[in-house]
Ligand binder design. Structure first.
Ligand code: BDR
Ligand code: CA
Length: 322
């Protein structure tokens, strides 16, 4: 196993991870961050519906890995809709392709035909070390894996997901998009007994791609940096039109960044539930920061504050390294 120098200066084996995603502009940056960071070993990528139809998300994942020169990472396609059978899509944010903006290379690799759940199962069971599952879209594939193959839990170090919020939502006034798109799946994960980390909007809204950040991407003398800058242009215009943000929050890479630099985010351990039924609040995460439900045990570590300067240094260094 090749050793990687951690940010602490200590040499350690890279942490094995899989990313289940719906790329998506910010998922794309999360994939680049993983590919460009020696602290993590990206074993597999699986795709889900979410920002676009799953077929588009799969093509986008293959194109992103081609752009990054990481065509050896296996990719498999997963859920077309949530456990309730509905397919909530975010093309209104990410465009027709799910990754609108700059031109992308043709995919230089093909999907693993077995599908997302099977690729996740095989990858986790083949790994010598427990695998960290990173989920940056609706968490359907992960829930199906846990329901269909509960024995894989022994091989999972933790599940870290982007979704939910301690505060307001985005897809609806109270629900974040990923948790709205499949609350039943998140419920399975929250009840799994696994170590679960939630990176919600309250955290990711601190990860803004300001004009200075975008300029640092554009100033890189390679196509990967310039592609990131162009993605931020499209994503930023959506965020400005829909939510009046001055700069887009780059949500999904916060999960991978937390694995690379353990001091980047401050966490609170508490009870988290997801609303499955509410008249107006389906998909909303209920985060008990102040122990108002004394009978409920903590089941998640919730991301609270981000060191945004360190975050962008880490993301941009990785993109520049590709
Ligand atoms: C989440 O939804 C998608 O738009 C993003 O990719 C992110 O995973 C933010 O609510
Ligand atoms: Ca996503």
């Amino acid at each position: 196993v090749a050793l990687a120098r951690q940010r602490t200066g200590v040499l350690m084996a890279p942490r094995p991870i899989v990313i289940d995603c719906d790329p998506g502009h910010d998922d794309a940056v999360a994939l680049l961050l993983a590919v460009g960071s020696p602290e993590v070993d990206l074993l597999a990528v699986t795709t889900t519906f979410g920002n676009c139809a799953v077929e588009d998300a799969t093509r986008n994942a293959l194109q992103i890995l081609t752009l990054a020169g990481a065509t050896g990472v296996p990719v498999a396609s997963g859920a077309a809709g949530g456990i309730d059978g509905k397919s909530t899509l975010g093309n209104y944010v990410h465009g027709t392709s799910g990754l609108d903006g700059p031109p992308m290379p043709a995919p230089a690799s093909e999907v693993v035909p077995a599908g997302a759940v099977e690729l996740l199962r095989r990858t986790i069971q083949a790994s010598a070390e427990p695998v960290t599952v990173v989920a940056t879209g609706p968490i359907t594939n992960v829930a199906r894996l846990l329901l269909e193959h509960p024995e894989v839990k022994d091989g999972i170090a933790e599940v870290i997901f982007m979704g939910g919020s301690t505060e307001r939502g985005n897809h609806t006034p109270t629900a974040e998009f990923n948790t709205y798109a499949d609350p039943e799946a998140l419920d399975v994960v929250l009840r799994s007994g696994l170590v679960v980390r939630m990176v919600g909007l309250n955290l990711t809204h601190q990860a803004l791609a300001t004009p200075e950040v975008v300029e640092r991407m554009r100033a890189m003398d390679h196509v990967v940096g310039q592609t990131c800058a162009a993605w931020m242009g499209f994503f930023g215009a959506s965020y400005n039109r829909l939510w009046e943000f001055e700069a887009p929050p780059v949500h999904d890479p916060c999960t991978v960044a937390a694995l690379i630099d353990p001091d980047l985010i401050q966490w609170r351990e508490c009870f988290v539930a997801v609303e499955l039924a509410g008249t107006w609040t389906r998909g909303t995460t209920v985060v008990d920061l102040h122990h108002r439900y004394p009978d409920e045990k903590p089941n998640a570590h919730v991301a609270m504050t981000l060191d945004a300067e360190r975050y962008w240094d880490l993301v941009l260094d990785a993109v520049d390294r590709i």
